[in-house]
Design a binder for this molecule. Structure first.
Ligand SMILES: *[C@@H]1O[C@H](CO)[C@@H](O)[C@H](O)[C@H]1NC(C)=O
Ligand SMILES: *[C@@H]1O[C@H](CO)[C@@H](O)[C@H](O)[C@H]1NC(C)=O
Ligand SMILES: *[C@@H]1O[C@H](CO)[C@@H](O)[C@H](O)[C@H]1NC(C)=O
Ligand SMILES: *[C@@H]1O[C@H](CO)[C@@H](O)[C@H](O)[C@H]1NC(C)=O
Ligand SMILES: *[C@@H]1O[C@H](CO)[C@@H](O)[C@H](O)[C@H]1NC(C)=O
Length: 181
């Protein structure tokens, strides 16, 4: 009886996929008192808990960090968000990285002027879905990180020092070719 078996298989797959989906949804959990924001990582420095602006009058629904990149998943940690934002977007440096609801990561070149600093112990209270020892914002509240000027110098330095010798030799050859042309 191939047909009923196919139906059975289909229903089983449907049921397990629904179960799998449910299992993958991790609701925000309140962070333990020991949970902290990382002081610095990937060149970013923690600058406090800031308000999301979607519901603020005159924001037209714009987020506190808009125009950059967004990512959300159930393995979110501070480090993975900062790593994501540090890669930049369309050549623009993501000056800010913010985590919200335990699983959302926002990157932006600017912080909305409408966003305000909040009481972090009252508002940035969700543990990161990917690491319960870290804080990943709260409801309409961002655990905010700012790229420091020191780190930019550090990145530039490491890029320069990481160039192997053939790189400058190749650059010289290019210059000569360019001069001949
Ligand atoms: C924070 O944002 C929410 C909605 O995004 C708004 O309702 C609230 O008034 C804001 N709070 C502050 C202190 O700006
Ligand atoms: C979750 O998002 C972070 C930050 O964008 C990313 O580094 C990580 O790879 C993502 N994990 C999965 C499973 O997609
Ligand atoms: C911040 O929130 C915490 C927890 O709700 C509260 O105990 C504390 O007094 C608040 N701090 C300020 C400055 O309002
Ligand atoms: C979780 O976060 C804590 C605090 O930042 C850190 O010490 C620990 O290494 C992290 N755990 C993992 C598995 O990354
Ligand atoms: C982020 O850093 C920039 C450059 O140092 C500074 O101008 C800006 O005020 C900082 N923003 C916050 C929210 O701390």
């Amino acid at each position: 009886m191939p047909f009923p078996f196919a139906v059975f298989l289909f229903l089983t797959l449907l049921f397990t996929s629904v179960l799998a989906q449910d299992a993958s949804i991790v609701n925000p959990t309140t962070a333990a008192p020991s949970a902290t924001a990382l002081a610095t990582a990937k060149g970013y420095t923690y600058v406090g808990c800031w308000n999301e602006t979607v519901g603020v009058a005159n924001s037209n629904g714009a987020r506190a960090l808009s125009g950059g990149m967004t990512s959300a998943n159930n393995t979110m940690t501070v480090s993975s968000c900062l790593e994501y934002c540090s890669q930049g977007y369309n050549g623009a440096t993501m000056q800010y990285a913010g985590l919200e609801y335990g699983r959302e990561c926002y990157c932006g070149a600017y912080l909305s002027a409408l966003s305000e600093k909040l009481n972090e112990s009252a508002r940035c209270i969700y543990a990161c879905d990917g690491n319960s020892s870290q804080v990943c914002g709260g409801a309409l509240a961002l655990t905010l990180y700012n790229l420091t000027s020191d780190s930019k110098t550090g990145i530039a330095w490491s890029l320069v020092s990481a160039q192997p010798a053939w790189y400058s030799a190749a650059a010289l050859v290019m210059l000569i070719v360019a001069a001949v042309l």
